[in-house]
Design a protein around this ligand. Structure first.
Ligand SMILES: Cc1cc2nc3c(=O)[nH]c(=O)nc-3n(C[C@H](O)[C@H](O)[C@H](O)COP(=O)(O)OP(=O)(O)OC[C@H]3O[C@@H](n4cnc5c(N)ncnc54)[C@H](O)[C@@H]3O)c2cc1C
Length: 531
């Protein structure tokens, strides 16, 4: 079956796809089709578990089959040659709103230096002064005003009031102050090290995903916007080097749809796979799989970033448990900490810690992630079949500086818990992979005393925080590692853009949802401006 032609087909209705569909269809002359593989989250019928902003972990732990791609397993850590590296399941969202519908809601912009680094690497027009207007445009900050903030964007940004911090969190704060850290308040406007109540995209306790913020009833009512959910794109259609449309599976039928241009917004682990299967990528790799090479772009699938992460967990005794009772729910959103490991003096603020306690679950937790890592990996195809998930190797800790940063992070956590205000709780922290918190891991204190064992543990158990990015990075056409230009157009082909977390040149010092919304706003603006 063939359906009418559209001006823009957006593949993937996640964080970026929702922004693009909303902004492009604001021009009534443009006919826009948004295609999402997973279910819709309609404005008045969004499932309660998606709206629930206080227990975002439940989605991953209990509702995996409903809201996540089923078969994606990845390799996280880099290990010395000869040691087997297990593959682990990685959750990637499969529903309208994508990651923003299932994530932990932390709304972090990163630091000005991140975007100046993008510009320095060839992403022309993507320096901090260029991206700030788009960070402002997407947000409605309910706590902070001034030139750094927006007040009428689709995404509300708020923070748990420090008045609602538990006595346990206040004890952690005392220990942090002893480390010389201070409350910086606005993590998105004050760029020093310190602690803060993390910014989250919550309003009245409910999640505001990109779908909820950008695809409201008024937007959905536009006659020039078509929204297809439960519809999976299988591949791109092409004439020579021009992309002319997509083929997909919808309601049990195989459908082809033509377009003036196709915009890939399928996320950093799926958009590059579309390029590779269409013959756009490293020639030798494509030839090995028997794929005709349309454009030799060695960068496709490379430059794969993630924030390395690991957690610690302790069982609460009676004293800690009563100090951890929350006035309101929201444990994971009480306290964020930005610190410098000192490993690379040119890259301060490279660690993020979060520490909390949950009286209901009877545990305290301290997690770290390397917020400005030096290691990156690669994504490749396993085969030509569109149903096969790609082979994903994050290669975490391959750069020795990251191993060192992880050690510093764990030592910092241990030092904080040894401070008298926390030592009185007598919490025995044990290591646990962050993604699947499990009791019974080795004691932090024991591992810190044995450097070899610590390294072995880190290499085996290091995980990420669901921030894959960078696999189709922005840069100039003469840079072989660049895949798209500053307006998201794929070098060497016509009628094709990428506009999602894939185009990030280097992972920012931040969780990736807000930067992805920002970049989608900026690309939409470029398209509306004629780029
Ligand atoms: C569990 C989890 C927790 C996270 N926590 C945070 C956090 O607290 N803060 C933060 O900033 N970031 C967080 N992130 C990361 C953040 O949500 C992502 O970086 C962001 O959503 C990426 O946006 P995207 O548009 O690039 O991709 P996505 O939002 O993943 O969107 C891609 C969309 O494309 C669809 N798609 C893919 N292939 C096809 C196809 N063949 N046909 C049709 N549709 C397709 C997918 O179903 C998906 O909906 C988290 C992510 C996860 C998964």
């Amino acid at each position: 079956m063939t359906t009418p032609r559209y001006d823009h087909i957006i593949v993937g209705g996640g964080s970026a796809g929702s922004v693009l569909a909303s902004r492009l269809s604001a021009d009534p002359q443009r006919h826009v089709l948004l295609i999402e593989a997973g279910p819709d989250t309609p404005p008045h019928a969004t499932p309660a578990e998606i709206l629930d902003g206080h227990n975002p972990f439940r989605l991953r732990l209990e509702l995996r089959d409903r809201y996540f791609w089923p078969d994606l397993s990845v390799r996280h850590g880099a290990q010395p040659e000869g040691i087997e590296r297990p593959e682990r399941y990685l959750e990637q969202a499969r529903l309208l709103g994508g990651g923003s519908s299932v994530n932990v809601l932390v709304a972090n912009r990163g630091l000005p230096r991140d975007y100046d680094q993008w510009a320095a690497l060839g992403a022309e027009g993507w320096g901090w002064d260029d991206v700030l207007p788009y960070f402002r445009k997407l947000e409605r900050d309910t706590d902070y005003a001034g030139p750094l903030h927006g007040h009428d964007g689709p995404i509300p940004i708020s923070r748990v009031s420090t008045r609602d911090w538990t006595p346990f969190t206040r004890s952690v704060v005392s220990a942090l102050q002893a480390e010389g850290l201070r409350d910086i308040g606005d993590q998105n406007g004050v760029f020093d090290d310190g602690y803060f109540a993390p910014a989250v995209n919550l309003e009245h306790g409910q999640r505001v995903s990109a779908a909820r913020g950008y695809l409201d009833e008024a937007v959905r009512a536009r006659p020039n916007l078509t929204l297809w959910t439960d519809s999976q794109v299988l591949g791109l259609q092409r004439e020579g080097t021009r992309i002319t449309g997509v083929e997909l599976q919808r309601n049990g039928e195989h459908v082809t749809v033509g377009a003036g241009e196709v915009i890939l917004a399928a996320g950093a682990l799926q958009s590059p796979a579309f390029l590779l299967r269409s013959g756009i990528g490293p020639a030798s790799q494509l030839q090995e799989l028997g794929i005709e090479v349309i454009v030799d772009r060695p960068g496709v699938g490379g430059n794969l970033w993630e924030h390395s992460s690991l957690g610690t967990l302790a069982t609460l005794g009676d004293a800690a448990r009563s100090d951890a009772v929350l006035a309101r729910p929201g444990t994971s959103h009480q306290l964020g900490i930005r610190v410098s490991s000192g490993v690379d003096p040119d890259t301060p603020s490279d660690l993020y810690l979060t520490i909390g306690a949950d009286a209901e679950r009877g545990v305290a937790h301290a997690l770290f992630w390397i917020n400005k890592p030096s290691s990156s990996g690669r994504l490749t195809l396993r085969d030509r079949d569109p149903a096969s998930p790609p082979h994903v190797d994050f290669n975490l800790l391959s750069d020795p500086r990251d191993l060192q940063r992880a050690r510093v992070a764990l030592r910092t956590i241990q030092r904080l818990f040894k401070h008298p205000v926390l030592a009185r709780y007598e919490l025995q922290l044990a290591l646990t992979p962050f993604a699947v918190p499990q009791p019974g891991g080795p004691k932090l204190e024991t591992l810190l005393a044995d450097d070899t064992a610590l390294e072995a543990y880190l290499r085996r158990h290091i995980g990420g925080v669901w921030h894959p990015s960078g696999t189709c990075r922005i840069g100039t056409a003469d840079d072989p590692q660049a895949v798209v230009d500053s307006a998201g157009r794929v070098h060497g082909v016509e009628g094709l853009r990428v506009a999602d977390a894939s185009i990030i040149p280097v992972i920012p010092t931040a969780n990736t949802n807000l930067p992805t919304l920002m970049l989608a706003e900026k690309i939409a603006d470029a398209i509306l401006g004629g780029a």
